[in-house]
Write a protein that binds this ligand. Structure first.
Ligand code: HEC
Ligand code: HEC
Ligand code: HEC
Length: 131
């Protein structure tokens, strides 16, 4: 390779790296928090912050995404509080035994008003009231 072609190559490699850096999706669900807000705010409650990373390091994916029926897409699940109280979805664990119970409304309904459903933050943003 000539010196000129080499430097061209270096420049385009550098540009490629830069574009990957700026366009790479850094907030993936495995590491972040999920805002769940299909019905909460409309019913007068704050949006729910589900710290995915926190749970994901404690349980296998299939516990939630197969056995408990959570679809793997933010905003895809219609979760009602009555289901949770009946022991489904979050309520399968948040029953006062495996984890603290449903009476702790604010620990789940901890999002700021107006947050749309979606994935936010990274593995440093661990859950309620932290952002
Ligand atoms: C373990 C987590 C958790 C706890 C604790 C919790 N909620 Fe929820 N709640 C949810 C989730 C998830 C939804 C669905 C949110 C959405 O899609 O908008 C929800 C939805 C709701 C809704 C929307 C309407 C409906 O009928 O579903 C209301 C109202 C509500 N919760 C009230 C409460 C109250 C009051 C408490 C405390 C007594 C409470 N929640 C405790 C997770 C929780
Ligand atoms: C404690 C329950 C739980 C565990 C364990 C869990 N997830 Fe999730 N996951 C959820 C919930 C709840 C959502 C949000 C669903 C919603 O917004 O309706 C979600 C969302 C997702 C999404 C959607 C992201 C997007 O961009 O829309 C993916 C992908 C995902 N999980 C993958 C995984 C993988 C991979 C594992 C295991 C390494 C895992 N989950 C473990 C409960 C869990
Ligand atoms: C498979 C069991 C399981 C499911 C399902 C589950 N959780 Fe949890 N969750 C836990 C455990 C265990 C803890 C830790 C409890 C403790 O520290 O005492 C926890 C803790 C939390 C915390 C506190 C995190 C922190 O930083 O301390 C929040 C918030 C939370 N869960 C919300 C939810 C919501 C919302 C759902 C449903 C979308 C859900 N969880 C479903 C097991 C579960």
């Amino acid at each position: 390779m000539s010196a000129r072609r080499t430097s061209k190559w270096i420049i385009s490699a550098a540009l490629l790296c830069a574009s990957l850096f700026f366009t790479a999706p850094h907030a993936t669900a495995e590491y972040a928090d999920v805002v769940i807000n299909r019905v909460a705010e409309a019913a007068g409650m704050r949006p729910v912050i589900f710290p995915h990373w926190f749970h994901r390091i404690r349980f296998r994916c299939k516990v939630c995404h197969a056995e408990l029926g959570f679809k793997m897409r933010a905003g895809a699940n219609l979760i009602k509080m009555t289901d949770i109280i009946d022991g489904r979805f979050c309520g399968a664990c948040h029953d006062g035994e495996t984890a603290w119970s449903v009476e702790n409304c604010d620990l789940c309904h901890s999002g700021k008003a107006g947050l749309p459903p979606g994935i936010f933050g990274g593995h440093e943003t661990l859950g309620p009231g932290r952002w």
